[in-house]
Design a protein around this ligand. Sequence first.
Ligand code: HDE
Length: 716
Amino acid sequence: MANNPHTTPNSGKPNDTDFKTTEHSKAEHLEKYRSDATGHDLRTNHGARIADNHNSLKAGERGPTLLEDFIFREKLNHFDNERIPERIVHARGAAAHGYFQPYDNAAQYSKAGLFQDSGKKTPVFVRFSTVQGARGSNDTVRDVRGFATKFYTDEGNWDLVANNMPVFFIQDAIKFPDFVHAVKPEPHNEIPQGQSAHDTFWDFVSLMPESTHMVLWTMSDRAFPRHYRNMEGFGVHTFRLIDRQGKARFVKFHWKPLAGTCSLIWDEAQKLWGRDPDFNRRMMWEDIENGDFLEYEFGIQVVEEEDEHKFDFDLLDPTKLIPEELVPVIPIGKMVLNRNPDNYFAETEQVAFNPAHIVPGIDFSNDPLLQGRLFSYLDTQMLRLGGPNFHEIPINQPVCPFHNNQRDSMHRQTINKGQASYEPNSIDGGWPSETPPGPEHGGFESYQERIDARKIRARSPSFGDHYSQATLFWNSQTEVEKEHIIAAYTFELSKVQRPWIRERVIKEILPNIDLELARRVGENHGIEAPSQKPAPAEELGTSSQLESPALSLMARLPGNIQYRKVAILVADGVDGDQVEALKKKLEAEGAQGMVIAPSMAPVTAAGGKSVTPDAMLNGMPSVAVDAVVVPGGSDSVTALAQSGQGRYYVQEAYKHLKAIAAVGEGKMLLDAADVPTGEEGVLTGAKVDDVFTPLRDAMAQHRVWARDSKANDMPA
Ligand code: HDE
C-alpha cells in the first residue's frame, strides 16, 4: 500500500550508509565486466556459434557476396563503428591503476572519507596525457602533460584533473577555445602535430600577455619528462578543503614523485619521436609489469581564509603559483600505481575525468578557469562517449552504491525497478532519499561562501600582473636550464613564418620576463631586443620573491639510479666476466644492464661463453637508455669501433649528457668516436670496479650537466 507522503517520506535507514572501499574495490568491481575468451567458441554478438570465419556467404564460389550473410555483416558493421571521437585536448594518454593512502595528518584538513584513516587504501585510476597532439601522436613532444586521478572513494568519485605544470595559459575559461584553436595543428593543413612551434600558437600567446608565465614553463625541460614517475603534478587552481568542524581552508594540490624529477634533452626527445614514439607509455607499462611501481607523495599548500589577500598575486588567478618557500607543501598521503589496465579502449580511452566530481570535504574556489571547467568536461564527454549514460561504463562507475532518478537515454544499462522515478514519492517507499549534510551523515553541502557583488563581465585588477612570476621562474632556473629555455624559444620561433610574430615575442614579451633572455633569443633571430622592459608597471607586477629554488627541476633530482637502464655494448670477443659483473652491480642498485649488440644473434664472449643480447644497436638506441658502458675485449671493441652505429651510439650518448664508461679496451671505441675521455662523466678504467662508483654517482645526477656547453659540438 502507498505510504503517506506527508508522514512517511521513506521507510527507515538506507542500507548503503556504511559502505567502505578497500584497495581492491575497483579491481573487484571491474572483474564482473572482464571477458576472457580462453576455452570458448567463437560466436556472433547474439550468441550463434560460427563455423567459418574465413569465407563470406556467396552465390557460388566465385559469385557476389549475399546481403543475407548476417555473420559477415555484423562483423564488418561493428568494425566500421569501432572509433569514437578522441578528446579535443589530451587525446594521447596512458593510464594505470593503483591506490592512495593518507598520512596521519590528512584528516585535520578535510572531512573527506579518503583522508580519515592512515590504514585505508582508496583505489585510483590515473591517466597521463599530452595536450596538443592526436591520439596517435608522439609521447615525447614539447607539451604540457595531463595527470588526471580518479579516486574511487566510499563517498563517490573524486577526480583531481591536474597537469604537470602549476599554472595555465589563460585566466578565464571563455578564452579556452581560442587558446586551443591556436595551439592545435593549423586548420588549413593540420600541421604541425604535437607541437607548439607554429604561427598560430605564437601569434595568440604573444597577443595574450597572461600566457607568458605558462609559455615559459613549456619552454623549459619540464615539457618532456623522462618518465611519468619523474613528473610533478599540480591541481593548478586554488581549491578548498573543509574539515569536520566545517572550517574551510584554501589549498593547492601537489603530486611529488618519489623517484625525483627529471626530463629528457630536447634533441633526445625529438629523436624519440621516430625511435620510440611510445617512450613514456612503454616505460610505465614495462615498469609496472616488472613490479617497479610509480610512487608519488600527495601534498597540499594551505592558506587560511583570513590570509586570502596577503599575497602579491590573487589566489584565484590560475596563471600564478604559490612559491613553496612562502607556503610549504605539506605531504598528506601517498599514491602507488601498481597495475596496468586490461584493455586500453575500455579503460584508458573511455575513462571520463571531471573536476566537478568532488566529495564532501572538498570544494571549489571562484577561479574563473576552474568555474568554466566545471561545465566543459561533462559537456564534451556527452559527445565523446555518446550521451549521458557514460557514468555506467565500468571504469567510470563509483564503487559505492549510487541511486537517483536520472533515467533512460542511449545504451542505458541499469534496469531501474519500481514505478517512481521522482522524489519525493510515496509509491516506492520514498527511496532513494536525501542525506542530511555534515560529517555524521555524509550528504554533500556546498561551502557557504558569502558573496556580495555586482553581476559584471570584467576581470579583477588583481589579475593584472602578467610577468613577475615568469621572472620568478626564470630567476629560479640553473644556468643549464636557462640555456635550454633560450634554445627552446630560439627553436620554436624559427618555425614561425611571419616575421612580425617573432618580433612581437622578442620585443614585447620576452624582455618583460628578463632582458638577457630577450637579448639572447633576439640575437639568434637577428632581432634587437629592447634594453628596458616595455610592459606597463601594473602588468610587470611585483613578485615579492626573486627566486624560488623549488621551481628548478634540479631541486629534486633522483639521487640514485633506481629504475635506470644502462646499455652494455658488446660484440663477438667481449669480456664476458665484465658484462656479468656490470649487470650484477647495476641490479644491486635497482638499475638494469641491457646487453646491446650489433644484431640479435648470440655473441661469443672471449672465453667462448655465449652472451644473449637484450636488444640491438638500432633497436634500443642510446636515446632509450640512461648511460652507456663499453666493456673490454679487443675483438668486440674493434668491431664496434668499425661500425657507424657503434660510434654513433656513444657520440649520441655524449651529446645527451649521459654518463659513459669504458673498461679496458673499451676506451678504443670512445677514441674512435672522438668522445673525449678524462673529463667529468666519461670514465675509463682497467676494471669494472674502477668505473662503477663514479658511473653510478654521475647517473644519480641524471645527466652530466658540466658537459652541457659542449654537447652541441658533437655531430650526432
Ligand atoms: Fe582540461 N579539458 N580544460 N585542463 N584537462 C579536458 O575534457 C578544459 C585545464 C586536463 O585524461 C577535456 O574529457 C577547459 C587545466 C586534463 O581524460 C575538456 C579548461 C587543467 C585532461 C577540457 C581546461 C586541465 C583535460 C577534453 C580551461 C589542469 C585530460 C577531454 C577553462 C589543472 C583528462 C575531456 C583525461 C581534458 C576542458 C584547462 C587538465 C575539453 C575548458 C587548467 C589532465 O573538457
